[in-house]
Design a binder for this molecule. Structure first.
Ligand code: UN1
Length: 532
């Protein structure tokens, strides 16, 4: 087991470097072990059944498209229906187990995930192309999500709140109760945290779940579901189906046996789900969608800090985070110096096989993503932009078997250009020059998105103005470790305003678990209050 002797150093997205040799060699060992498991067949999890299928799809590595990471069933509508039936059958027992017992199981699962951090991170690095710190962070974030949501449930003692009384014989309380069965549809970019976190929120609240991970990254969601079963979460409480959105996703969207849906992914899919899921009656749906996250650099900024923060958030995991920084509004008087510093830092980034210690950036997830990158570069050039650095696709040393863009900084495009507004999900950042903070804020807010945003300024009045005016659910001031990225459970809650998210309540934060419950007001007449 690779976890034996693995160092216990907490790795978050803000961990800047790990020159801990013990950690590095533990990760190298884990990669070797992970390679031995590549190509394995996995089942769907439906009730207590492990359901294999003859029709399978291959989950291939973006580092080398010849490498099959895992094989999963191409699920059918019938598989989804069976999973929903299993989840419905398991619901009342899971609810009646009580929140104390549920969080006990979740905390045990969290510890198991932390123990296996290296094993899971190595698989993830190969599956989606994350570097080691990002992959280790994703796994540990998942464990902390379980812990944090458990803590919230505990702090509120299961959300039973005594209310006022209009007479001595009237006793009222407000109780939050689970809905039933939730679908959890998750993306490739945080394969464990974005499948495990939402599933944990639903489960801790007392719901049962049917998970459907991205076909680009089903393996870590599967590992998560397996851990839950291992610690004793009953089979029917956590189900997992795999396969295409058009069939498997569509069944989850339309089946009336689903009581709530939590989705993380693109704006287009999220908006479609948002309206179709509530067509019959208002079932709860939580959507976390995209971002076109701005950073503002004022003339008072520490430019080295700003360039470092932008570089990390624009290019970390190749810009494939919905929190990624993809546009910068910089005061004209410091623009040249800022861009030069950013370019200098960007040139130093090593791109290549991200399972290797020396590479900070790996591939984008698939050929389509690479196509988006090359199109954006061509469009920027065509429309008069300057490619300050990057704009290339690597081809040597085996990289031609994967999808490796170079980190790209573009200046000189008009502020109204599409590349300032459309989310690309690739390592591509556009720089716009502005004359004032107000102009920067106006531009920053002029998109349908409102997920994350950052400012670099040493002027308190500017900072206050930014905090007052910026339209985003997660904001950062002078953050060298990431201008717009790197939220951590219980530290920064994470969610979007406007077109970036539907609920106005963030994940990773104190108001998340409650969204998986509905309120009941209970008034009981009598001399004595009713038993708890
Ligand atoms: C996402 O990319 O969908 O703050 C969300 C961050 C991460 C974002 C994850 N926690 O950078």
């Amino acid at each position: 087991m690779v976890t034996t002797g693995a160092p216990r150093m907490k790795i978050t997205y803000a961990t800047l470097s790990a020159d801990n040799e013990e950690l590095q060699s533990a990760f190298d060992r884990a990669v070797t072990t992970a390679r031995g498991q590549l190509g394995d067949r996995y089942p769907m999890l439906i009730g207590d059944e492990r359901r294999f299928a003859d029709d399978q799809f291959e989950d291939r590595s973006p580092i080398d498209a010849n490498v099959v990471v895992s094989r999963f069933p191409i699920g059918t509508a019938k598989d989804v229906q069976d999973a929903i039936a299993a989840a419905r059958a398991a619901f009342s027992a899971w609810r009646d187990l009580g929140w104390r017992r549920r969080i006990e199981l979740m905390r045990r699962a969290a510890d198991l995930i932390s123990e296996r951090q290296f094993e899971y991170a190595a698989l993830m690095a190969i599956e989606v192309g994350k570097n080691r710190l990002e992959a280790l962070g994703d796994v540990e974030e998942t464990a902390d999500l379980l812990r944090y949501y458990s803590d919230v449930m505990e702090r509120h003692q299961g959300f039973v709140e005594p209310m006022g009384s209009l007479s001595p014989t009237e006793h009222t309380r407000s109780v939050l109760k689970p809905h039933g069965v939730w679908a959890v549809i998750s993306p490739f970019n945080f394969p464990m945290a974005l499948s495990g976190g939402p599933a944990a929120g639903a489960l801790i609240a007392g719901n049962t779940v049917v998970m459907k991970p991205s076909s680009d990254a089903p393996l870590l969601a599967f590992k998560f579901a397996e851990v839950l079963r291992e610690v004793g979460v009953p089979g029917g409480a956590v189900n997992l189906v795999t396969g295409p959105g058009e069939t498997v996703g569509a069944e989850l969207e339309h089946n009336p046996g689903i009581d709530g849906l939590v989705f993380t992914g693109s704006y287009e899919v999220g908006m479609r789900l948002y309206s179709s899921f509530t067509r019959e009656y208002p079932r709860p749906i939580i959507t976390e969608m995209g971002g076109k996250n701005p950073a503002i650099v004022t003339r008072s900024a520490d430019l080295d800090e700003a360039a470092e923060g932008v570089m990390r958030s624009a290019f970390g995991f190749d810009g494939q985070k919905c929190s990624a920084n993809s546009r910068v509004y910089v005061d004209r008087t410091v623009a040249r110096q800022f861009v030069d510093t950013l370019v200098e830092k960007t040139r130093k980034l090593a791109v290549g096989d991200p399972t290797r210690r020396e590479n900070w950036m790996g591939p984008v997830i698939n050929e389509r993503a690479l196509g988006k990158f090359t199109e954006a570069v061509a469009e920027a050039q065509h429309d008069g932009g300057t490619i300050e650095v990057g704009g290339q696709v690597l081809t040597g040393d085996g990289t031609q078997r994967g999808f490796f863009p170079t980190p790209t900084v573009v200046s000189g495009l008009p502020l109204g250009h599409r590349l300032f507004h459309d989310e690309l999900f690739v390592p591509f950042v556009v720089i716009g020059e502005v004359d004032s903070l107000d102009e920067a804020l106006e531009q920053a807010n002029a998109t349908p998105y409102g997920l994350t945003a950052g400012i670099f300024s040493r002027d308190d009045t500017e900072v206050r103005r930014f905090l007052d005016r910026i339209q985003a659910g997660v904001v950062y001031v002078n953050r060298r470790s990431g201008a717009t990225t790197g939220a951590w459970p219980g530290i920064q809650s994470f969610g979007g305003w406007k077109g970036s998210g539907s609920s106005g309540k963030n994940g990773l934060g104190p108001y998340y678990v409650q969204q998986f419950m509905r309120e009941q007001s209970q008034t009981v007449m009598g001399e004595e209050p009713p038993p708890a």
